[in-house]
Design a protein around this ligand. Structure first.
Ligand code: SF4
Length: 190
C-alpha cells in the first residue's frame, strides 16, 4: 500500500466478523486509524443481529480498533425493499440493501473526518464483488471519499478469501451465521 495512505483513516463497514478479520489482517498496518462500523439493519431477527454485533465487537477488541454501532433502523430497510420480498439472494433486493449500508458508512466517515472506506460485503463468497464495488465507487465519488475494494486491499481471489476467513474465524472462535441476514434469506436457508 502507498506510503501516503498509511497516514489516512479508514472506516471498515463490517457485516460479519468472519470476513472482517481477514480484511483487518490485510489493513492493520496500512492506516493510522481503522474504525469498525456495524451498520446492518437488514439482519433479522434482532437476536441474530445481536449475535453478529457481539462478534463485530470482539473483532474490534482483537485488533484494538474503535467499534461503532449504527442504528438498527429495520423499518426503513423493510420499506426500501418492499415489493422485492420474493427475490432470490443475489437478485434485485441486494443492491438496495448494499447501497443503504454503504451510504451510511460514507456519511459516518465524512462526519468523523475519515478519508477512506471499505466493506466486508465484497469479501463474501455469496455476494457479487462487481455490484458492491460499482455501488461503493459511485457513492465514494458522490461524497468525495476513497473506496478500497477487496482487490485493492489485497484480497484477490474468492477461494483464497474463503479459506483465510475460515482459518481466522476458527482461531478467534467467531460466531458464524448460516444465512445472509434478512428475513427473506433466512426463509430460504430453512
Ligand atoms: S439476501 Fe443478504 S444482501 Fe440480499 S437483501 Fe437479504 S440481507 Fe441484503
Amino acid at each position: 500500500m502507498e506510503e501516503n495512505i498509511k497516514s489516512s483513516k479508514l472506516v471498515l463497514h463490517t457485516c460479519c466478523a468472519v470476513c472482517g478479520a481477514h480484511l483487518c489482517e490485510l489493513l492493520k498496518n496500512d492506516f493510522s486509524e481503522i474504525l469498525i462500523y456495524f451498520y446492518n439493519p437488514n439482519v433479522h431477527p434482532k437476536e441474530e443481529y445481536e449475535k453478529r454485533k457481539e462478534a463485530g465487537k470482539k473483532l474490534a477488541e482483537i485488533y484494538s480498533l474503535e467499534f461503532v454501532e449504527g442504528e438498527y433502523d429495520d423499518k426503513n430497510w423493510f420499506e426500501l425493499v418492499r415489493g422485492l420480498e420474493n427475490e432470490p439472494e443475489g437478485g434485485a433486493r441486494c443492491p438496495i440493501c448494499f447501497e443503504m449500508r454503504l451510504k451510511k458508512t460514507v456519511q459516518l466517515a465524512k462526519e468523523r473526518g475519515f478519508t477512506h472506506f471499505a466493506t466486508t460485503l465484497a469479501a463474501s463468497p455469496y455476494k457479487s464483488e462487481k455490484i458492491v464495488d460499482e455501488l461503493a465507487g459511485k457513492i465514494a465519488r458522490e461524497f468525495g471519499l476513497e473506496y478500497l475494494s477487496t482487490a485493492a486491499i489485497g484480497a484477490l481471489d474468492k477461494k483464497e478469501i474463503w479459506q483465510k476467513t475460515r482459518e481466522l474465524a476458527k482461531k478467534f472462535n467467531f460466531y458464524h451465521q448460516n444465512y445472509c441476514g434478512c428475513l427473506f434469506s433466512q426463509r430460504k436457508s430453512i
